[in-house]
Design a protein around this ligand. Sequence first.
Ligand SMILES: C[S@@+](CC[C@H](N)C(=O)[O-])C[C@H]1O[C@@H](n2cnc3c(N)ncnc32)[C@H](O)[C@@H]1O
Length: 251
Amino acid sequence: MNYGVLRALRGVSHIEDYPVLYSGLANYKSWNTEHHIETGAVERLRRVYNESSNVVEYDDLGKGSVRTGGDRNTQRVRRVVSEISKSSAPVHQCQLMYCLTSAKKPRTVLELGTCLGISAGYIGLALQNTETGRLYSIEGADILAQIARETIDQLHLSNTQIRTGSFQSVLPDLLPQIEPIDFVFIDGHHEGDAMTGYFELIEPFLAPDCMVLFDDLSWSRDMRSAWNRIKVHPRIRHSVDLVTVGIGLMR
Ligand SMILES: C[S@@+](CC[C@H](N)C(=O)[O-])C[C@H]1O[C@@H](n2cnc3c(N)ncnc32)[C@H](O)[C@@H]1O
């Protein structure tokens, strides 16, 4: 459990007016052995990636991650898997997503930024438990998408589909083909205008009451000001600022 998140949550007013958020957070606060067992397989894979000295080469579309201090220009990169693994959402954040997904019971989930499939693994496991929906996760780097598919296979998740390509190229084809989206995790391309652009692109496809998580708000001033613009969007009914992650609840 992350006490920073809990401290931030204490400042959220009228949280009881948002039952799904309330129950997801209550679940998170009481994270227990059963939850650990349910998600243990993902953490075992994370440990394997954390220790892997394999080197992979790909076009980095992503402007890095605040967790690794990554690159700010798109370029061909060679990276050790153990380094890439550090850009995965940390355990406490994955646990939070697991609890929110379990409470929300979404039918359709969209993730922008799969990387090695760690956060996708948590979301997929929550969906499997609630027997509710499907996750579509997009990754621009072929080799990372390939590793993420292996992650998903090892977790025996038949509800998770990884699409390879840039968000810009995959979304226009994918969005009209899927059911209205109930839950979104935006965790790639950490530039304010890009994040706002992806939000505007997906917004017409979001179901009423959709929950959208925006990651890496502390990456830059630009990301923070993009969040400040997004949270006053007319379709956002309520927003919660957890410092690095922002949660938007749609109307
Ligand atoms: C921070 S990592 C995602 C971590 C993952 N959500 C997790 O927690 O396990 C961001 C990923 O987004 C991908 N990415 C960034 N910008 C992209 C873009 N414009 N199109 C497609 N993929 C992109 C990067 O290649 C990178 O693997």
